[in-house]
Write a protein of this length. Structure first.
Length: 135
């Protein structure tokens, strides 16, 4: 059986990733104190998607277009919600001229230290992958 020629653009490359991406179930459980719901974590998604993205030259590059930090109280202690609007330039095998844009997506990172933006970016990336690859 002849091997398929490599994809020539970002849409073809994304389609190849989608075709080879296995089902990624909601195999993680939140703490019972948080409701015990099932979820699909970013680690489970990237464990499968990264190798296929590398294989087909698909690169996600984030751009934060808006940022808001809200001071909140959680159990009477100061926390913040960092709210980011993120767009992803998704590049394909032809380089910088071969791209589409995903977003804007909203990521919210709740934190009581300095990790709010990191959490918000992780959330936005997770949903960019879910939406782009129909996970």
């Amino acid at each position: 059986m002849a091997e398929e020629p490599p994809p020539t653009n970002v849409i073809q490359a994304i389609a190849r990733v989608m075709a080879e991406l296995p089902a990624i179930g909601k195999n993680s459980k939140a703490d019972p104190k948080m409701g015990g719901y099932a979820f699909r974590g970013i680690e489970a998604i990237t464990a499968e998607a990264q190798k296929l993205q590398a294989k087909y030259c698909v690169v996600f590059v984030p751009r934060v277009t808006e940022c808001e930090i809200k001071d909140i109280l959680v159990n009477d202690k100061p926390w913040t919600d960092t709210i980011l609007h993120v767009e992803y330039d998704i590049y394909g095998p032809q380089g910088i001229s071969d791209k589409i844009v995903c977003g804007p997506l909203i990521g919210i990172g709740r934190d009581n230290s300095d990790k709010g933006a990191n959490k918000a970016l992780t959330q936005a990336y997770k949903y960019a992958l879910i939406e782009t690859y129909c996970i």
